[in-house]
Design a protein around this ligand. Sequence first.
Ligand SMILES: O=C(O)CCC(=O)C(=O)O
Length: 252
Amino acid sequence: MIADYHNNGFLPVRGLVDHVTAGRLRQQLDELLTVLSPTHPYWQKDIVPLSVLSPRRNPGIEAASLAAVPFIIGNLPVLLPGIFSAAIGEPVKTLATTLLGSNNIEFNFANVTRKPAHIGPNMAWHRDHPNQYICPRNADDFLRILIALDPVTPANGALQVIPGSHRNNEGDCKLMSQTDELVSLAMEPGDAIALHPSTCHGGPENRSDVDRNLVIVQISRAGVEYDYNEAELYTGVNMDAIRHAQTRRPGV
Ligand SMILES: O=C(O)CCC(=O)C(=O)O
């Protein structure tokens, strides 16, 4: 398992979150979506609407129709506490500990990234290192874990990766995607993909009838140097302490 992650730059993990829990989390997301609109008190700070994406990311869809549709939902401790608990739960922690090769890890952030049915955008080819959120200087010091809340297929925008691309840091992901082998990663609710931050990834639009919602969690080795937004990091706090702090601090 560890060898596959290091060789390929990604690792699919079936049932990281059990099916029943994944269904419950999906329902919590639905409940939030029924009240989430631009007048919601957390909209400005914690929601990225689909309308901010370049038209290239959503061909054929009128941007004005996307202004009230959440693309990324942040602040999970407040907006989706059940999903946040899963994002920092034991299975995620164990997977990250194993793949990073360290018992001393830090939670960086988590969000829900959405490709709603019919209007879900594509993901341009990119690597997650460097990124503008919270970025450990050394790519090997962190990873992302993507957990499916819906069945994911190529039709509703499954993640695509270029195996081994994390070992070719200089390569342009878009160019490589035109020549290299691509793998499309289908998932069931609760399945996860661990992604090395240098792995080229992207994915098609969702024009199907099925929503595609992912929970994305970034975790690093503890105590490493960061290049961006270090202030946003729960610096020096281990995952158990974060879990404790977040349950005591609604509204943060
Ligand atoms: O939602 C996806 O398919 C991937 C998201 C992604 O690439 C990212 O957050 O960097």
